[in-house]
Design a protein around this ligand. Structure first.
Ligand SMILES: *Cc1c(COP(=O)(O)O)cnc(C)c1O
Length: 404
C-alpha cells in the first residue's frame, strides 16, 4: 500500500465502527472504507491506494469516476429524476434504442429493473408467461441472485440452506453435461437458464457443443433459452455479450452489474417474436428511471468509443497466458475469457485475497478455492501486470509460510 497523503473526509476507524453498529451482517466485509476512485484505482479513507481487481464485483466495467458517465448523470440531475414507466421519457427512449442496437438480433423487447436478481426474476416470469409452463432448468454451480425466485435457480446450498421452501419447479443439471440436459428438458420446461461463464460459482465456462445442444433442445421441446449475462455482459469477456463468442441466440437475456456503470440498472431483454407483456403483469417503481437510463446510455457510449470489449479481449488473453505459465504449484487451473479470470487454487482463496489487499490489490473469490479477477476494462496494462505479479508473490510467500 502506498500513501498519497490526501486528507481523509472522515476517520477510517469511525466509518468502520458506524457500519459495524448497523450493518445487516449479510456481508463479510474487509476492513477498509473506500472513499474515492479513478479508472481502476481506489483510495481508502486513510489515503491508501489500491488497484481494483474486482470492480465492485463486475460493476465498474468503464472504470471509476468516468468523466462521460459523470457528465451524463449530472446533466440529467438538472432536468428530471422521477419518471416511472407510466409516462414516456427521452432518456429511457434513447437508452432502449442504444441497448437493443447492441443486443443480438431480434432481442428488442426490454423490461428495465434495478439489479441482476430482479432481471432473473423478470426472466422467470417472462418465460412462464410466454410458454404457459412452470418448470425451469438451472445449472449446478450456477448463480443468479438471492431473491426467492433467483435463489431457487442459484445452486450453492450455502445460499439456500435456511430459506426453504423455495419456489417450486426448479432443477439443476451439471454444466456441459448434454445427456443430463436432454433428460431434464421436457414438454413441461418453460426455460433453461445458464451463464456462458459461471461467475460466482468459480469461473466455469460453458462449452460450445453444450450451448448448441441447449439451443437445439429448447427449440425441439418448446422451452425458452435464458442466458444470464449479468456478469459476463457489457464487454467483460471480450465481446459485448459472451453469447456472441458462440453465435448463440438466446430467447431471453438478463443484464445487470456493468450495465449502469455503478448505477443500479438491470434489464430483461427478449426476442420480439415472443411478444409483449400485458399491462400490470410485471412492474418496478424505479425501473427505467431517467437517471439510471442516462447512466446506461453513457456506459454504452463509453464501451463503444473506447473499444472496451476488444480491450478486455486483448488484455485478458495476455493475463490468462501469464497466469497459466506461472510456475506456482498452488495453482490448479486458470480459467476465463477477457477480463473475467479465475485462478483455481489447491487451497482456500480467502486468505490470498486478504494478503493481496495488504499489497494494495483488490480481488474477490469465486466459490471457496478460486481467485476471481474482474478488473475495470479500462485498467492500465501496468496495473494489470501488477495484479498478476502480486498474486504470484503472495502465493510464493504463503507457500514459504506453509513449508516453513
Ligand atoms: C451478480 C449476479 C446476479 C445477481 O445480481 P444482483 O445485482 O446482485 O442481484 C445474477 N446473475 C449473475 C450471473 C450474477 O453474476
Amino acid at each position: 500500500m502506498t500513501r498519497t497523503g490526501r486528507a481523509s473526509v472522515q476517520d477510517m476507524a469511525e466509518i468502520l465502527a458506524l457500519e459495524d453498529a448497523h450493518t445487516s451482517g449479510a456481508y463479510a466485509k474487509r476492513p477498509a472504507a473506500m472513499v474515492r476512485g479513478e479508472g481502476a484505482i481506489l483510495w481508502d479513507a486513510d489515503g491508501n491506494r489500491y488497484i481494483d481487481g474486482m470492480s465492485g464485483v463486475g460493476v465498474a466495467n468503464v472504470g471509476h469516476n468516468h468523466p462521460v458517465l459523470k457528465a451524463a448523470m449530472k446533466e440529467q440531475l438538472d432536468r428530471l429524476l422521477v419518471c416511472g414507466e407510466a409516462y414516456y421519457n427521452d432518456q429511457r427512449a434513447q437508452f432502449l434504442r442504444d441497448l437493443t442496437a447492441r443486443t443480438p438480433e431480434d432481442l428488442n423487447r426490454v423490461f428495465l429493473c434495478n439489479s441482476g436478481a430482479e432481471a432473473v426474476e423478470g426472466a422467470i416470469k417472462v418465460a412462464r408467461r410466454f410458454t404457459g409452463r412452470i418448470e425451469v432448468v438451472g445449472h449446478k454451480r450456477g448463480y443468479h441472485g438471492r431473491t426467492m425466485g433467483a435463489l431457487s435457480l442459484t445452486w450453492n446450498p450455502k445460499f439456500r440452506e435456511s430459506f426453504h421452501p423455495l419456489v417450486p419447479g426448479f432443477t439443476h443439471v451439471p454444466l456441459n453435461d448434454i445427456e443430463a440436459l436432454e433428460g431434464s428438458v421436457t414438454e413441461r420446461t418453460a426455460a433453461v437458464v445458464l451463464e456462458i461463464i459461471q461467475g460466482e460459482g468459480g469461473i466455469w465456462p460453458a462449452e460450445a457443443e453444450y450451448l448448441q445442444a441447449a439451443r437445439r433442445l429448447c427449440d425441439d421441446r418448446g422451452a425458452l433459452l435464458v442466458v444470464d449475462e449479468v456478469q459476463t455482459g457489457m464487454g467483460r469477456t471480450g465481446r459485448w455479450f459472451a453469447c456472441e463468442h458462440f453465435n448463440l441466440l438466446p430467447d431471453i437475456l438478463c443484464l445487470g452489474k456493468g450495465l449502469g456503470g455503478g448505477m443500479p440498472v438491470g434489464a430483461v431483454v427478449w426476442r420480439d417474436a415472443l411478444g409483449t407483456l400485458s399491462p400490470g403483469s410485471h412492474g418496478s417503481t424505479f425501473g427505467g428511471n431517467p437517471l439510471a437510463c442516462a447512466a446506461g446510455r453513457a456506459v454504452l457510449q463509453i464501451l463503444a468509443e473506447e473499444g472496451l470489449p476488444e480491450r478486455a479481449s486483448r488484455l485478458g488473453e495476455r493475463a490468462i497466458q501469464e497466469l497459466r505459465e506461472m510456475d506456482v504449484p498452488e495453482i490448479r487451473e486458470v480459467r476465463g475469457r477477457g477480463l473475467m479470470i479465475g485462478v483455481d487454487l489447491r487451497h482456500r482463496a480467502g486468505p490470498v485475497i486478504r494478503a493481496l489487499m495488504n499489497k494494495g490489490i483488490l480481488g474477490t473469490t469465486g466459490n471457496t478455492t478460486v481467485i476471481r479477477l474482474l478488473p475495470p476494462l479500462v485498467i492500465a496494462e501496468e496495473d494489470l501486470a501488477h495484479i498478476v505479479r502480486g498474486l504470484e508473490e503472495v502465493l510464493w510467500e504463503r507457500r514459504g509460510a506453509h513449508v516453513g
